[in-house]
Design a protein around this ligand. Structure first.
Ligand code: AMP
Length: 414
């Protein structure tokens, strides 16, 4: 028989971790809803062209997309990120603006798997389309910030930058190309290849040998026009007013091509510097238009579930909890009573499990113990005949009692 394993970079998320993921998303849903963001779900798969705006020059589009021709001959891809699909959805559905939405789910990138980097990975995501008010930027960052606080993370830092308007960004890109070309001998081989494709991304290099050249590179701030300087100043004023600490980081460019103006990153305090981005985002004012919609500004962020949970482990917060049961039913009369009692108690709102396979009393009590349930409800032939059950506290001590079957749910609830 063939023995199958998960494909590289794909994982089973087992109990109790899968439940921790669910609670993680639920915690984000609460924070997002409190700020007026509604849940949105877009398809896992889109026409591959939807993702072109992410950057024809980026690895994500060039090398990492799960792209194939479907049975109908369509060129499709699994989403490598959320934003392009959200913009496609906006262009198609034309919702009322500002459109404030959040999403959660899997993305796919054919990357080299390692700790905190997988081929299928989950993100939570928040987007606002239809406003370029700088206080939208401040709100979006604030929602991310509050989420990390809600999780209990203390060591997250916020890095922020503005990439300017598209023309300013383009002028900056040209200046970088000239500068790096003049210093090409001092660049790593990887960065030389990056330079040929996208000079801006050389700033993203984490290689030590590139650091001195990068340190002397032009900065985007020298290219801001009046409007983008004012916009960025207002974003920062908003964060100041909220008391959210940040570091202006003029080298922050992020991996996706569509960003203009505000860009930011949430860095974890406990992770390796090469992998310390828990999440990040920014403005993508031209993206909806590029996907055939009306000119619409937009801003958003995505936070990686895996890396944020690693940060939670490191800081000892938001732990995985095993499933907590209220009751474990032990039935030595054949199992039919356990079936009925379990359903009755579940209908009354209790968490209930039971033993199967008509095991001995001893073996069922062992299972009750292992389950961690607060109470065992025990039915033997005497109880069955008398219409009662024994309720035995399993965790908190105390005496067992005999309870009439009709009163069982009420007794356990109190
Ligand atoms: P990005 O969409 O590249 O801006 O990434 C946003 C966040 O998603 C990152 O900061 C990571 O936390 C997470 N992330 C990105 N790629 C991966 C991956 N291959 N595996 C796990 N997490 C990832």
């Amino acid at each position: 028989m063939p023995q199958f394993q998960t494909s590289p970079g794909m994982r089973d998320i087992l109990p109790p971790d899968a439940d921790r993921w669910r609670r993680f998303v639920a915690a984000f849903a609460d924070v997002a809803a409190a700020a007026g963001y509604a849940a949105l779900a877009t398809p896992l798969m889109e026409d591959a062209g939807v993702f072109a705006g992410v950057g024809e020059a980026t690895d994500i589009v060039q090398k990492e997309m799960y792209r194939f021709t479907d049975n109908g001959g369509r060129d499709v891809a699994l989403r490598p990120e959320f934003t392009a699909g959200v913009c496609r959805s906006f262009a198609q559905q034309r919702p009322v603006t500002p459109w404030k939405v959040w999403l959660a789910g899997s993305n796919f990138r054919y990357e080299k798997p390692q700790r905190g980097r997988y081929r299928q990975f989950d993100q939570i995501d928040l987007e606002v389309l239809g406003s370029d008010d700088p206080f939208v930027d401040a709100e979006v960052v604030a929602v991310g910030w509050r989420f990390f606080q809600q999780l209990g993370l203390q060591q997250v830092t916020l890095l922020i930058n503005s990439l300017g308007e598209p023309a300013e960004r383009a002028a900056f890109n040209d200046a970088l190309r000239d500068y790096f070309t003049a210093n090409i001998d001092a660049l790593s081989e990887d960065s030389r290849a990056t330079l040929a494709r996208n000079p801006l991304r050389v700033l993203d290099s984490k290689r030590r040998e590139d650091a001195p050249v990068i340190a002397g590179a032009p900065t985007i701030a020298d290219f801001y026009g009046e409007e983008s300087a004012a916009h960025f100043a207002s974003v920062l004023a908003g964060l100041d007013r909220l008391g959210i600490p940040y570091t202006v980081s003029p080298r922050l460019v992020r991996g996706l091509d569509y960003y203009v103006r505000t860009t930011f990153e949430f860095a974890g305090g406990t992770l390796d510097s090469a992998q310390n981005a828990l999440g990040g985002g920014g403005r993508y004012d031209g993206l909806v238009e590029a996907l055939g919609g009306p000119a619409t500004p937009g801003i958003g962020f995505a936070i990686g579930v895996d890396r944020t949970l690693i940060a939670c482990d490191d800081e000892g917060v938001f732990p995985a909890d095993p499933l907590e049961l209220d009751v474990f039913v032990v039935d030595t009369t054949g199992g039919l009573e356990a079936l009925a009692i379990s359903e009755e108690l579940r209908a009354a709102g209790l968490r209930v499990d039971r033993a199967f396979d008509n095991r001995s009393m001893k073996s069922q009590m062992k299972a009750a113990d292992r389950s961690g349930a607060r109470f065992a409800v025990i039915v033997g032939s005497d109880e069955l005949a008398a219409g009662t059950a024994v309720v035995r506290p399993m965790r908190d001590g105390g005496d067992q009692s005999v309870v009439a079957r009709a009163d069982l749910a009420a007794a356990l609830q109190s």
